[in-house]
Design a protein around this ligand. Structure first.
Ligand SMILES: *[C@@H]1O[C@H](CO)[C@@H](O)[C@H](O)[C@H]1NC(C)=O
Ligand SMILES: *[C@@H]1O[C@H](CO)[C@@H](O)[C@H](O)[C@H]1NC(C)=O
Ligand SMILES: *[C@@H]1O[C@H](CO)[C@@H](O)[C@H](O)[C@H]1NC(C)=O
Length: 389
């Protein structure tokens, strides 16, 4: 009896020691759930799209993904910390297939970069449960479907780039709750509906070349202290570009070209970092406001192909790159543009200007025929637009 108790105690000590050894051993290999997630991710990539030289071809599960040194396997695509996967990066090999929902098992992921491949289907919703994810780059793939509202669960996310995909429907209004988000690029998709309210810490917003509609009023509630770059060109935005839009002191670049804006209020700034403004290819009517020249750093301005009338203010000679072509601007262009000291480049062509010297590169493109210029004064009411207060 006594004897057998000792044996039991001894054997349980052995078991305990064995158990300790196993713990130590597992801490020097990649977490099994991470390995099964990687296997699931690879299994949904079409094998015919995995070239032998590629990263994914080197994912050979006969060795451990986080063990160093990687000599023949897992040559690239993964970073680990304490035997958990923290970074998943595909090379630009043109992989086809879809993204496995098992990616959510990689709970220590900080960075996902699958850009420049041909992955299709929806972005798996489970991905949005990753608590530590800071960078999501799915740029240039074939992901489709709507952006799920649950994207707002990515509490650590700082950068999202899902540009150049096939996303559709409207942008969920949950983005504004992503407090760490500083860069969002959803350009070149098929997104519709209004501009969403912006996250408070956003620095760069790009939603170029989609089918967004509506006006800019909604932004007024959310436009933020840190916003530096706003790129909304090539959508179907309408209405007036409001004066508060340009009064953000942090703003440096604004691109609203190729939309359907019809009016513009440009106030004098108190403090401004605006360097470049592109409002070309809209339907903006009225006169050119001299207020543009009161922006101290403004060096590039395009108002090409709108419906502007009246004279060009002489103060515009301060702007180095100036595109005013394709309007109904009239009168004599300011002589400041043509002095030897002038730094202005760009175009004043295709307007109704008198005596634009063709020796100047600004005037290379010819002016409109006088028949069109005379007609525009009656039809569009040029120069007779009511001044705005
Ligand atoms: C993994 O790589 C090793 C060494 O190159 C090779 O012997 C083995 O067949 C590979 N296993 C698989 C499943 O590809
Ligand atoms: C506008 O967007 C469409 C479709 O997204 C694209 O085909 C076209 O090239 C874009 N145009 C410009 C001027 O960027
Ligand atoms: C110029 O700015 C002032 C002050 O912000 C504003 O009251 C005025 O309407 C602006 N003028 C034009 C022509 O835009």
């Amino acid at each position: 009896m006594h004897h057998s108790l000792i044996i039991t105690m001894l054997s349980s000590t052995t078991t305990f020691l064995l158990f300790l050894t196993i713990i130590t051993a597992t801490a020097t290999t990649t977490s099994p759930s991470d390995i099964s997630a990687l296997k699931a991710i690879k299994s949904l990539i079409n094998p015919n799209s995995i070239p032998s030289y590629s990263c994914l071809a080197s994912w050979n599960f006969t060795s451990d993904p986080c063990q160093n040194p990687h000599i023949t396997h897992f040559l690239c695509g993964l970073s680990c910390s304490e035997f958990r996967i923290t970074q998943l990066t595909f090379d630009r090999a043109g992989y086809t297939g879809s993204l496995s929902p098992s990616i959510s098992q990689l709970t220590q992921l900080i960075t996902i970069d699958l850009s420049d491949n041909k992955l299709s289907g929806p972005i798996p919703i489970s991905l949005f449960s990753l608590p530590n994810l800071q960078t999501l780059n799915l740029r240039s793939n074939l992901f489709s479907g709507p952006i799920p509202p649950s994207i707002s669960n990515l509490k650590s996310i700082q950068t999202i780039d899902i540009s150049h995909n096939s996303l559709t429907m409207s942008i969920p209004d949950t983005f504004h709750s992503l407090l760490a988000l500083t860069r969002l690029d959803l350009s070149f998709n098929g997104l519709t509906g209004p501009i969403p309210s912006l996250p408070i810490n956003i620095i760069e917003l790009a939603i170029k070349s989609n089918s967004l509609s509506g006006d800019l009023t909604k932004l007024s509630y959310t436009i933020t202290e840190n916003l530096e770059v706003i790129e909304l060109s090539n959508n179907s935005l309408t209405g007036t570009i409001p004066n508060w839009f340009f009064l953000q002191p942090s703003l440096q670049q604004v691109n609203l070209a190729y939309n359907k804006f019809t009016n513009l209020n440009i106030p004098k700034p108190v403090e401004s970092n605006l360097i470049a403004i592109d409002l070309g290819y809209n339907n903006i009517v009225g006169n050119l406001s001299p207020n543009f020249s009161t922006y101290p750093l403004l060096s590039s301005l395009s108002l090409s192909y709108n419906k502007l009338h009246g004279p060009i203010p002489a103060e515009f000679a301060k702007v180095r790159r100036l595109f005013l072509d394709g309007n109904y601007l009239s009168g004599l262009p300011p002589q400041e543009f043509f002095t030897a000291k002038s730094m202005v480049s760009g175009s004043l062509g295709d307007n109704c200007l008198k005596m634009c010297p063709i020796s100047s590169q600004l005037c290379v493109k010819s002016q409109k025929p006088s028949s069109i210029c005379q007609k525009s004064q009656y039809v569009v009411g040029g120069g007779k637009a009511k001044p705005k207060s």
